[in-house]
Design a protein around this ligand. Sequence first.
Ligand SMILES: Cc1ncc(COP(=O)(O)O)c(C=O)c1O
Length: 386
Amino acid sequence: MKNATKFAHIGRPKIGVGTSVNPPLVRASTLLFDKADDLYNGGHRIYGRHGSVVHDSLSEAFCALENGAGTTLTPCGLSANTLSILANVKTGDHVLITDSTYGPVRHFCNSQLTKFGVEVEYYPPAIGADIKTLIKSNTSCILLESPGSLSLEIQDLPAIVKIAKANNIVTIVDNTWSAGLVYAPLDLGADIAVHAATKFFSGHSDILFGAVVSRTEAMAKNVRLTAAAYGNSTSPDDAYQILRGFRTVVTRFERQEKTAISLATWLQSHGKVARVIHPALPSHPNHDMWKRDFSGSSCLFSIVLQPCTETEVLALLDRLKLFAKGFSFGGFESLIIHCDPQLNRDHDPKFGGPLIRIACGLEDITDLQQDLTQGLEALRLDGEIT
Ligand SMILES: Cc1ncc(COP(=O)(O)O)c(C=O)c1O
């Protein structure tokens, strides 16, 4: 069954007489029991932190999305990443994190994992099978993000998974960019897929939410118990809205994907743009790998401007009327950021000009193109400033 069909039906109540289309929203911290025996020995959910019907429906949807055995829902995408790591490390371990990881994950690793005696090493995203040279006897997990935040490198997941499996290392993939719709890391052998559902599944830039989907029940249980120990819980209202997002995500995603490809293709021949970084374009250095492992692309891509001052870059962002300056993607509205202040790398990717990330929303593409045209027209490149 195709995703659009699957997500129209998943997690809905069994139809009886006058059944609501959507699962009931139950708000509760305390759950009550008529019989004491049921409270202590019933094997039921006994407290609000343990979830609700809508949480179960949403977990089922994420499992279907990623072909996973179990899902743990988290308050945001960052906590989905940190939970996945925490479930798979202990003091004295060594972890390998892609150098292209989402910045706050890097901050967590550097400020928290190291505090607990975990050695953190960042590897260049192009490493592929050479990751074997970094494996130590105490390496316990590898965290990938493909494509990478900001710079959009595609990683050779099958090659990394092969080495990881041979060394008993857990592989975690942040799959937010693809919303799980055009990339299936668990099917490629990864152990855990992580989502910032804040992006496409919210779709409206008003909810923070995350999900950790595990390939096996044993891994899912490990994540679930770790989450419970840390007091991880999510509100039923937020879970309800994210499930609502599932119903329309395929349509929104495909429209935004199409807009991004069109704008990226057009920008390739724009005089003020030195380079377009979009995995679906043949000019992307990892295009062949993208073609091999992905079935589509996303709303997000980057461009490198011809060399110009930071003042010019900021003025360009300020001239744009439809692309708002904000740190996200997957919502209905287009966004743009200057990446250079966030580029914090151990292995400097060297872009040769200012790096700009563009997130396409649901606006009409001709309006978006016009906005970029007027913004870029007034951009003064280094040689043009008198
Ligand atoms: C790839 C990726 N992972 C995780 C996150 C974190 O998600 P959240 O904002 O829900 O914590 C983001 C947010 O921008 C992201 O881009």
